[in-house]
Design a protein around this ligand. Structure first.
Ligand code: C5P
Length: 293
C-alpha cells in the first residue's frame, strides 16, 4: 500500500456572475476563484488489486455518505475507470470545511483524491485528469489547480492568474445551508435574461476584474456575486452577518451559491479582531489567508 496525504482547500469567489442558462440545464458563468487556507485533510492508501474495493472513512462529518453518494468516493472510482486499473483504496477524510456553504468543500475533497490517486498511480495525462475532474463537478478542475483563477463555461474552464499580495479574509458561517441546484433554481426564477440576452454584471465590473487580474498595480474592484440577490433573502442569518460586516466597513461578499459570507481585511490583525467581534455576537467565524497548492 502507498499512502499519500493531501490538503483539500476551500475556495471563495471574489467575483461571480451567471450570464445564461444552457440547454443542458447548467449555467454559463464567469468567476474569479481564490483558494483559501481552510482545508479538509485527505489520506489515500492504495495498491493495485485483482478487484477494485474502495472504503471511505469520515471523521468529523456524521451527515455525509461514505459510498458513491460522496464525491470523494466517486473521484477514486472515476480515476480507476479512466486508467483501466483495479485497486484497493482506503480514503480517510477529516472535514473542516462546512458542508453546503459555498466554499467548494465537496469539490476540494474530490480534487484531493484525484491528486493523491495520480501521485500513487501516475496513470493519466494531465488533460485527461482535468477532463475527468470536470465530469465530477463544475468546481473540481479549479480545486485540482488551486491558487487564483478566472473560470468560465459552467466553471470548469480554468485560467490560472498570478497570485496577488497575500489576502486576509474572515469567513463567517451561519447554520443555514443551500444546495447548489436549488440556488440555481432561485436564480432562474429571478432573472428573465438568462436566455442569452444578458451581457454581464452591472457597471462594467467584469471588465474591471479583467483589468485588475492583468495588471498587478491596480486596486481590487468591487466584489460581486449574483447569487446574493436571491440567497440572502432566504437566509436571514447570513443576511444579518453580511450587514454586520458591512457596518464594520470591510468589503463583504457571499461565496459561491452561499450562504457563507466573507470579509476582506487589510491585515491579519484586523481579521482576528473582526473574528472576535463576530464570535461575541454568537457567529462562528475564522480568519484565513490566500493559499496555493
Ligand atoms: O457541477 P456541479 O455538480 O457542482 O453542479 C451541481 C448542480 O448545480 C447542477 O446539477 C446544476 O443544477 C447546477 N449548476 C448549474 N450551472 C453551473 C454549475 C452548477 O446550473 N455552472
Amino acid at each position: 500500500m502507498t499512502t499519500v496525504n493531501e490538503r483539500a482547500y476551500a475556495k471563495i469567489n471574489l467575483y461571480l456572475d451567471v450570464t445564461a442558462r444552457r440547454p443542458d440545464g447548467f449555467h454559463e458563468l464567469t468567476s474569479v476563484m481564490q483558494t483559501v487556507s481552510l482545508y479538509d485533510e485527505v489520506e489515500v492508501r492504495a495498491a493495485l488489486a485483482d478487484q477494485t474495493r474502495i472504503i471511505l472513512s469520515l471523521e468529523n462529518a456524521p451527515t455525509l455518505g461514505t459510498d458513491s453518494d460522496n464525491l470523494a468516493y466517486r473521484a477514486a472510482t472515476a480515476y480507476l475507470d479512466a486508467a483501466h486499473l483495479s485497486a484497493a483504496v482506503h480514503i480517510t477524510l477529516y472535514k473542516r470545511i462546512p458542508i453546503g456553504a459555498g466554499l467548494g468543500g465537496g469539490s476540494a475533497d474530490a480534487a484531493a483524491v484525484l491528486r493523491a490517486m495520480q501521485s500513487i498511480f501516475g496513470a493519466l495525462e494531465n488533460d485527461v485528469l482535468y477532463a475527468l475532474a470536470a465530469t465530477l463537478g463544475s468546481d473540481v478542475p479549479f480545486c485540482l489547480l488551486g491558487g487564483t483563477a478566472v473560470c468560465h463555461g459552467r466553471g470548469e474552464r480554468v485560467n490560472s492568474v498570478p497570485a496577488r499580495k497575500n489576502g486576509h479574509y474572515v469567513l463567517a458561517f451561519g447554520t443555514e445551508s443551500v444546495s447548489t441546484p436549488e440556488a440555481y433554481r432561485l436564480l432562474d426564477a429571478a432573472f428573465s435574461d438568462f436566455d442569452g440576452s444578458r451581457a454581464s454584471s452591472p457597471d462594467g465590473l467584469a471588465d474591471a476584474w479583467q483589468i485588475y487580474l492583468a495588471n498587478s498595480d491596480t486596486d481590487m474592484p468591487s466584489l460581486y456575486n449574483i447569487f446574493e440577490s436571491v440567497i440572502l433573502p432566504h437566509c436571514p442569518i447570513a443576511a444579518s452577518v453580511h450587514e454586520q460586516i458591512k457596518t464594520s466597513g470591510y468589503p463583504v461578499l457571499m461565496s459561491g451559491s452561499g450562504p457563507t459570507v466573507f470579509a476582506i481585511t487589510p491585515t491579519a490583525d484586523e481579521a482576528r479582531t473582526l473574528v472576535a467581534a463576530l464570535k461575541h455576537e454568537g457567529i462562528f467565524a475564522i480568519a484565513v489567508t490566500d493559499a496555493a497548492l
